[in-house]
Write a protein that binds this ligand. Structure first.
Ligand code: NAD
Length: 430
């Protein structure tokens, strides 16, 4: 099937490449010409394991192409995916101006039947607006359907998640739209859940908010464990062994970040309020999340007393491992807070160093963990990259001015680290 992707970012690029891998012909367009040029040259604008090989293989086979206008995308694909950003608006809701602008463009170039699919994360009832905008701006009688097909991929595991998803949710209003999407996803062999559009839109916000809620629950548990002298790791393990609860997303730390959870929880809270329901639970999730970061910073202050003038090593900057995505990263927020307090921050991230240089002017970006820790008064573990698990802590201790390690992700074994001579603190563990 011919498929077009409008917005070739984290979601659009991975979706396009995976659809091509499953045998479809895919055209990816984007308003960022630099991005398209780099993709045409086989260079990835983002770090995602396995992406470069996948893109190059499918481009070479002629199934995956990059470039052109949004009108070209409408002309090419029977299915047109909207994968544009839906950033937070000042009101806390989602800024849907990209979705609206692209819907208008689609309308203006609509010829034969097209299925317009929202893949961007949008508040419930956005599909109605998209349909209304297209009807308003298209020539009379143009034939199209709108559908919702929310994306659940995790950055860092995006390709595996897209090729082998737990489920594919499609929200449709016509049998024709359902059949087109069933055919498109047939080669994926995954369970397909068909709903109405509004329910599909809600499934995405509800899923991300629930995952964020689990993280905040673990962070609240960590606070209680610290007071009681218990271990949140053990508590979470015991809780997670209950199959009704499950072990995932019960890790205490410095809070959730990234380009999705913070904005999606805020947008879900805002749209619920707009619809007349006060989803106070979600505000509490946000409050506990912020509190996790503040509690971590307090530990740094307790260890250093005066932060100003101290050298602090920050290990990890991306919002989670295996990605170079720094958007709304809690690690970045922590580093910024400490720099603003007058600390000299030396940071290292296995993949996000280059991108970090562009946004963290007051921070020294180092080429290795050891270099970042050199002469540091304190080291902070902020992102749980595998590379840090294998860190030679003996050498780290030797290069530091003072062997203090504050672990924001509970990556290290407290006994082992203390045996090596570190003053060690983590989250919710005695
Ligand atoms: P992104 O910023 O990486 O990509 C969006 C792309 O759209 C950019 O390349 C941008 O240049 C392009 N774009 C903007 N306006 C355009 C226009 N008018 N015409 C053509 N292209 C345009 O964002 P993303 O992370 O891929 O997220 C996209 C959507 O998917 C968001 O709604 C997000 O919430 C959702 N989502 C993201 C993830 C994730 O892990 N990143 C997962 C699930 C859902």
């Amino acid at each position: 099937m011919n498929v077009s992707i409008i917005g070739t970012g984290h979601v659009g690029l991975v979706t396009g490449a995976c659809l091509a891998e499953r045998g479809h012909r895919v055209l990816c367009v984007d308003s960022d010409e630099k991005k398209i040029r780099s993709l045409r040259a086989g260079r990835m604008p983002i770090y995602e394991p396995g992406l470069q090989a996948l893109v190059r293989r499918n481009a070479k086979a002629g199934r995956l192409r990059f470039g052109g206008t949004n009108a070209d995308a409408v002309a090419f694909g029977r299915v047109v995916f909207l994968c544009v950003p839906t950033p937070p608006a000042a009101t806390g809701g989602a800024d849907l101006s990209f979705v609206e602008a692209v819907s208008r463009e689609i309308a203006q170039s609509l010829g034969d039947y097209r299925l317009v699919v929202e893949k961007s994360t949008v508040p419930v009832r956005t599909g109605e607006h998209v349909r209304r905008v297209i009807t308003k701006y298209a020539r009379k009688g143009r034939d199209f359907d709108v559908a919702s097909n929310p994306e659940f991929l995790r950055e860092g595991a995006a390709i595996e998640d897209t090729l082998r998803p737990d489920r594919i949710v499609i929200g449709v209003e016509t049998r024709r739209a359902e059949m087109v999407l069933r055919e498109l996803y047939k080669p994926f062999g995954a369970p397909i859940l068909v709903t109405d559009i509004k329910s599909a839109e809600l499934i995405k916000h509800a899923s991300n908010s629930f995952l964020a809620l689990k993280i905040s629950y673990a962070n609240a548990l960590a606070a209680v464990c610290e007071k009681a002298g218990a271990s949140v790791t053990e508590v979470a393990r015991g809780v997670g062994m209950d199959r009704r609860i499950g072990p995932h997303f019960l890790h205490a730390g410095i809070g959730y970040g990234g380009s999705c959870f913070p904005k999606d929880v805020a947008a879900f809270e805002a749209i619920s309020r707009e619809l007349g329901y006060d989803f106070a639970l979600l505000r509490e999730v946000q409050r506990v999340n912020l509190e996790a970061r503040e509690r971590f910073l307090k530990k740094v202050e307790e260890e250093l007393w005066i932060v100003k003038g101290k050298t602090i090593a920050a290990l990890g900057l991306s919002f989670k491992p295996d990605t170079d995505d720094l958007r709304d990263s809690v690690a970045v927020a922590v580093v910024r807070d400490l720099a603003a307090m007058g600390a000299r921050v030396r940071a290292y991230d296995p993949r996000a160093g280059e991108k970090a240089r562009e946004i963290l002017e007051d921070v020294t970006i180092c080429g290795s963990a050891l270099e970042a820790c050199s002469r540091a008064d304190c080291a902070l573990l902020l992102t749980e990259w595998d590379e840090f698990r294998r860190l030679d802590l003996k050498r780290v201790r030797k290069v530091m001015a003072h062997a203090t390690l504050i672990d924001g992700r509970n990556l290290f074994d407290p006994d082992r680290v203390r045996q090596l001579g570190f003053t060690y603190r983590s989250v919710g563990r005695p």
